[in-house]
Write a protein that binds this ligand. Sequence first.
Ligand code: GLY
Ligand code: MN
Ligand code: MN
Length: 446
Amino acid sequence: MTASASLATELAPLYAEHLAILQRRADEALARGGFDHLLVPSGSLHYQVFDDRDYAYAVNPQFKAWLPLTRLPYSWLVYTPGQRPKVIYFQPFDYWHVVPDAPAGWWVDHFDIHIIRKPEEALALLPTASARCAILGEPQSALGAYTPNNPEAVIQYLEYQRSFKTAYEIRLMREAQRLAVRGHRAAEAAFRQGRGEFAINMAYCAAVEQDANELPYGNIIALNEHGAVLHYMELDRQAPATSRSFLIDAGASFHGYASDITRSYAADAGSEFQALIDAVDGVQLQLAQAVRAGVDYKQLHIDAHLQLMGVLKDFGVITVSPEAALASGVSAAFFPHGLGHQIGLQVHDVAGFAASDRGGRIERPAGHPYLRMTRVLEPGMVVTIEPGLYFIDMLLNEVKQNGHGDSVDWSRVDHFRPYGGIRIEDEVLCTEGDAVNLTRPAFAEA
Ligand code: GLY
Ligand code: MN
Ligand code: MN
């Protein structure tokens, strides 16, 4: 059996269970919203302004939650409680483009499948009472009377429940890890050969066999000082004269599920910067192990600040205690983003602030405007753990302006500035017991 056939065999029973869970969730969501049918359009192509070129198609996440189909615009998922779900499958007659293959895979046995050749042919196949439908999608997916209404009660319930990954989803997410790690290995090798950012990115994409349209987010490939730009996406064509450091934040997609992995490297294994990377790695491992049911992710984010400031204290970069650095805002200058976020169908998965499946919002702690996850961890959640330390002049100047210049040894900042920054990012599954790191085993296997 080929690897993909054996994966499909493994996925078939997991998918059956996944689908049963989705149906139960949909039953409850529809009951809460007072609807009889769930309709999910897969989405349409969007054109660039004053042009006949379309943007890369991005499937409706509510659609790919049900089906491992990420390149099937103008299609519909139709679910009515108690009935077999239906897929309206758009397979046009088109000689300009490659059309979607005939339906195949581990999902087909569970659906009534109707092939359509034109988007409007879906009309005859949708439930007749359009007002009784919860339709989840973007406005451009409107078809006749079927305009996405995105009922809040339905969305809130489904998005909240999506935090609890099924075994099927975890399996796909593990594959997304494996793919990305292949790219990370190739990228590290290219860095060690002295290649530039553009070439390193090419090495990554070739190893993963995905390009910008398929990857779950834009790769961050940053050499030297560029590591201090949090979302550095420039890709210098020219290799630098000297490559001192490399920060890579890059993931992969697998049947609609994302991975999001960051690693940091020093060219010189004996350098102090390598020692700083190792220290951040130690903090990251500790935080990842702390992922368990009942832990408040907000608190974990604060713990990350304290631990990272402990590292900077040890390295002589700050002169005050971690607690003092946190209180004064100095720590936010060195660690200016959140500890992480949920991940799954979207790299920054939904409901990170949800207080309940009926709405409400858990606010971020004051002074931490970029944290994307404020919930208490529960079994089945997958979160990223991505602590980092950066040498960002704009933020360090603010430290001086705010009167906290004495908290920093500026000669140490000068020493580390040419290396940009460090981030280490893994995906971690919360269980009833110990944390399950999804990323580290993929590196160990590679
Ligand atoms: N790569 C985006 C993030 O780490 O959240
Ligand atoms: Mn992330
Ligand atoms: Mn990332």
